[in-house]
Design a protein around this ligand. Structure first.
Ligand code: SF4
Length: 660
C-alpha cells in the first residue's frame, strides 16, 4: 500500500483522507509513502557530504549551509539516557564532544534531529554504546554554545539547580512559587553554588521545568542558562530551550533518582565564574529575539499598538459603554501560547533578511539601540492574527460548554453568553481594523490579500466547527477517522495558514510559497489537534480538566473514531453505554481509557502525529531561503512537540506555564 505524495492544491478533505487511508491500510505502514517523502528529502539533501554529516565541506570557501536530512527517533528514549559510571569515561566523551563541536557551523542553532545525529556519530567514532546518546548530545550542545554562554554577562545568566540535590532527610528549606527557597544551611552543594552565583549576579532557581525557564528568558530577564539536571529533564530542555537558541551549558546528574543525586561538581565550577567576551565571531542566530518581540506586543507595547478608546480609565472600563472593549482587550492581551503572532513575525523576518534571528539571544533583551524592532504595521498584522484566533476561542468555549481556559473561568461563565459572543465579535472587528491600519506600510494590495486569507480561514473554521457540532448533536458513534481529520484540517490548520501567509505576504508576493503554505500548515494543524486530543487524556490541572473530557462531551475526535473503528461489538456497546451515561464517573472514564488502550488508539494517534511531522518536514526540505526552511523545521519541533506533563515536586506549588 503506498501513500501518494500530497498535491498542494488538494482540498483539506482530500488531504485528511490521506491520513485516514494510511490508518485503515496496514497499521504503522512504515516503508511506504511516508518513507518515499523522507527519501525525497534525502535525495534533496544528497548533495551533502558523502559521510552524510552536516559539518562543513573540506572546500574552505564552501561554507554555505546545506539542508540536513532530519531523521528522528520518536519512540521512548529511556534506554538512551545512561551516564557513564566512572569520571574518566565521562571525561572521555566530554573531551571528544568538545573536539567534535569545534567543527560545527555555529551560524544557527541546531535542531533536535541534527543534535541526535551528531551524538550518534560521536559515539560511533568513539566505539561507545548507544545508551550514552543522551549524555553525548548534552556534551555536544554544551560546547556548541559554550563560547556564547561565557560571553554572556553574569547578571544575564541563570543558574538552574534541581531540588533533588538537596539533603533529602535534613533540608529545612520550603518551596515558594518559583521552587525550593534554599536557606544555605550547607547540608548540600546547592548552598555553595547559590552563594557564589548570586555574588556574581546570577539569577538562581532551584526548580525543574523548562516552561518556567523559557518564560523568564522570553520576558528578557536572562540570556543564558547554566543548568544542573538529570538527562530526563535535559531532554525536555533541549526540546524547548536549546532549539530556541538559548546559550546553555548543562551538567548532567549521574542518575535520575530524584533523591540525594550526585554530579561532577568541578564541571559546574569550571564555567560558573568564567566570563570571556566574544571577539570577532558573530553570535549564533536565535529565535529568542522573535519570541520576545512577539511577547512584547501583548505586554509593554500593547496599549500603544492597540490604544483603547472607550475604556481609557478604570471608570470607563467598568461602564456599560466601555466594558466590552475593556474585557476584549484584556482577553486578547493575556493567556495563550501566542504561536500564531510569533509565526507571522518569524516568517516576515525569515524572508526579509532574518535581522531578528541573526541578532542572537543576547540582543533583544537590552531593548537599547541595536535591538531590532518590527514596525508597528507588521506588529499590528500579527496582533490581528491573534485577535481572530482569540475571538474563535470565545465562541468555541460557548459552543463546547467549556468551563475553564488559561486556568480561569471562560468568558461566557464570567460575563454571560450574550456579552461573550459580543466580545468575540468585537475582536473580529478589531482584527480587520488593524489590517486596514497596516495598509499604509505594507501596501493596500498586500493588506487585501491578507484580509482575504483571514476571511477564508474564518469560513473554514466555521465549516469545521459546524461539522463538529453536527456530529455532537447527531450520532457521534458513526464518526470515522476521516471525518475527524477533515474537521481538524478545517478547524485548526487555517489559523496557522493565515499566520504564515500574513508574515510572508507582508514581505512581498508569495507565488513561490502559494502551494507550500496551505499544505505545510495543514499537516501542522492536524498534528497539533491530534496532540491536543492526546493531551486531553492526560487531564489538565491548569484548566481544571479531568482526563477524557472531549470523548465524554461526544466530540468527534480522531481517538474516538479510531476506537470505534477497531472495537469489538462488546467494546462498542460499552463505549455507547458510557457515552450515553448522564454523568459518567471516574470508573466509566477509566473503562473508556482501557478500551482506547486495548484498541491501540493512543499509539495510532501518535503515528498520525509522526506522519504530520514527517510530511510537514518533507515539504520544508525544499524551501528557500535557508532561514525560512529552518524556521519551518522549528515550527514542527515546537508546535508538534510531544508534551509530557511537568513533574511537580511533592509540594505541588510550582507554577507550570503553557509556553511552547
Ligand atoms: S543547602 Fe539549601 S537546599 Fe541544601 S539542604 Fe540546606 S537549605 Fe536545603
Amino acid at each position: 500500500m503506498s501513500i501518494a505524495p500530497i498535491e498542494p492544491h488538494q482540498t483539506d478533505e482530500a488531504a485528511a483522507a490521506q491520513y485516514s487511508t494510511a490508518q485503515n491500510g496496514a497499521p504503522h505502514a512504515k516503508g511506504n509513502g511516508t518513507d518515499a517523502a523522507a527519501s525525497r528529502a534525502e535525495s534533496a539533501s544528497s548533495a551533502e557530504q558523502s559521510d552524510g554529516s552536516s559539518r562543513p565541506a573540506d572546500n574552505p570557501d564552501d561554507d554555505v549551509e546545506r539542508p540536513v536530512r532530519r531523521k528522528r527517533n520518536r519512540k521512548s528514549t529511556s534506554h538512551l539516557k545512561a551516564v557513564p559510571e566512572t569520571l574518566p569515561e565521562r571525561e572521555a566523551i566530554r573531551d571528544a564532544a568538545e573536539a567534535y563541536a569545534k567543527e560545527l557551523l555555529k551560524s544557527r542553532p541546531f535542531n533536535k534531529a541534527e543534535l541526535e545525529s551528531y551524538g550518534r556519530e560521536l559515539l560511533e567514532q568513539m566505539g561507545q554504546p548507544e545508551k550514552f546518546l543522551g549524555f553525548a548530545m548534552v556534551m555536544i550542545g554544551n560546547f556548541f554554545w559554550k563560547r556564547q554562554f561565557l560571553a554572556t554577562p553574569f547578571d544575564r545568566r541563570m543558574l538552574l539547580l534541581p531540588h533533588c540535590l538537596k539533603h533529602a532527610e535534613g533540608c529545612p528549606a520550603d518551596y515558594d512559587e518559583f521552587g525550593l527557597d534554599c536557606e544555605r544551611c550547607g547540608a548540600c552543594s546547592i548552598a555553595d553554588y547559590k552563594v557564589r552565583a548570586e555574588q556574581l549576579g546570577y539569577k538562581v532557581l532551584v526548580a525543574e521545568g523548562s516552561p518556567v525557564v523559557l518564560k523568564i528568558i522570553i520576558s528578557g530577564y536572562i540570556d543564558a542558562i547554566l543548568g544542573v539536571a538529570c538527562l530526563n529533564v535535559l531532554e525536555k530542555a533541549i526540546d524547548k530551550v536549546l532549539i530556541a537558541g538559548v546559550p546553555s551549558y548543562a551538567v548532567p546528574l549521574h542518575s535520575g533518582d530524584c533523591r540525594n543525586t550526585k554530579l561532577d561538581e568541578s564541571w559546574v565550577w569550571a564555567v560558573l565564574d568564567k566570563y570571556e567576551p566574544l571577539e570577532e565571531e558573530p553570535e549564533t542566530s536565535s529565535y529568542i529575539p522573535l519570541m520576545r518581540a512577539s511577547s512584547r506586543m501583548f505586554e509593554e507595547d500593547f496599549s500603544q499598538l492597540v490604544p483603547p478608546s472607550r475604556s481609557t480609565t478604570p471608570a470607563d472600563a467598568a461602564s456599560p459603554l466601555g466594558q466590552t472593549e475593556a474585557v476584549s482587550l484584556d482577553w486578547l492581551a493575556n493567556g495563550g501560547k501566542r504561536f500564531r503572532p510569533f509565526i507571522t513575525l518569524a516568517a516576515y523576518d525569515a524572508v526579509t533578511g532574518g535581522e531578528h534571528q541573526k541578532a542572537g539571544a543576547g540582543a533583544a533583551s537590552s531593548t537599547g539601540e541595536g535591538a531590532p524592532v518590527f514596525s508597528d504595521a507588521v506588529r499590528k498584522v500579527a496582533i490581528a492574527i491573534e485577535a481572530f484566533h482569540k475571538a474563535s476561542l470565545v465562541h468555541d468555549d460557548i459552543q463546547d460548554g467549556d468551563l475553564y481556559r488559561y486556568g480561569n473561568e471562560t468568558l461566557h461563565r464570567q460575563h454571560g453568553v450574550g456579552p461573550a459572543i459580543n466580545m468575540g465579535d468585537w475582536l473580529i472587528g478589531l482584527g480587520y481594523r488593524l489590517l486596514h491600519q497596516a495598509r499604509t506600510e505594507i501596501g493596500a494590495e498586500a493588506a487585501c490579500d491578507i484580509i482575504e486569507r483571514m476571511a477564508s480561514a474564518h469560513i473554514k473554521l466555521c465549516d469545521g466547527q459546524g461539522a463538529e457540532m453536527a456530529w455532537q448533536n447527531g450520532n457521534c458513534l458513526d464518526v470515522e477517522p476521516i471525518d475527524a481529520l477533515k474537521i481538524y484540517a478545517l478547524k485548526t490548520s487555517p489559523a496557522f495558514e493565515a499566520a504564515l501567509y500574513a508574515g510572508l505576504r507582508m514581505a512581498g508576493p508569495v507565488d513561490q510559497y502559494e502551494e507550500l503554505i496551505p499544505a505545510f500548515t495543514r499537516h501542522v494543524g492536524v498534528g497539533f489537534q491530534i496532540l491536543n486530543d492526546l493531551k486531553d487524556w492526560q487531564g489538565d490541572d491548569n484548566n481544571k480538566l479531568v482526563a477524557g473530557q472531549d470523548a465524554l462531551a461526544l466530540r468527534p475526535t480522531v481517538l474516538l473514531a479510531l476506537a470505534l473503528q477497531a472495537a469489538s461489538p462488546a467494546q462498542t456497546e460499552a463505549i455507547q453505554q458510557i457515552m450515553e451515561a448522564r454523568d459518567p464517573n471516574e470508573m466509566q472514564i477509566g473503562r473508556l481509557r482501557k478500551i482506547f488502550s486495548e484498541c491501540g488508539v493512543f499509539e495510532k494517534a501518535e503515528t498520525l502525529v509522526d506522519r504530520s511531522r514527517e510530511r510537514a518536514e518533507a515539504l520544508a526540505d525544499s524551501v528557500e531561503p535557508e532561514q525560512l526552511r529552518q524556521l519551518l523545521y522549528f515550527f514542527v519541533d515546537t508546535i508538534l512537540a510531544a508534551e509530557t506533563p511537568e513533574q511537580k515536586p511533592d509540594t505541588n506549588v510550582l507554577v507550570s506555564l503553557p509556553i511552547a
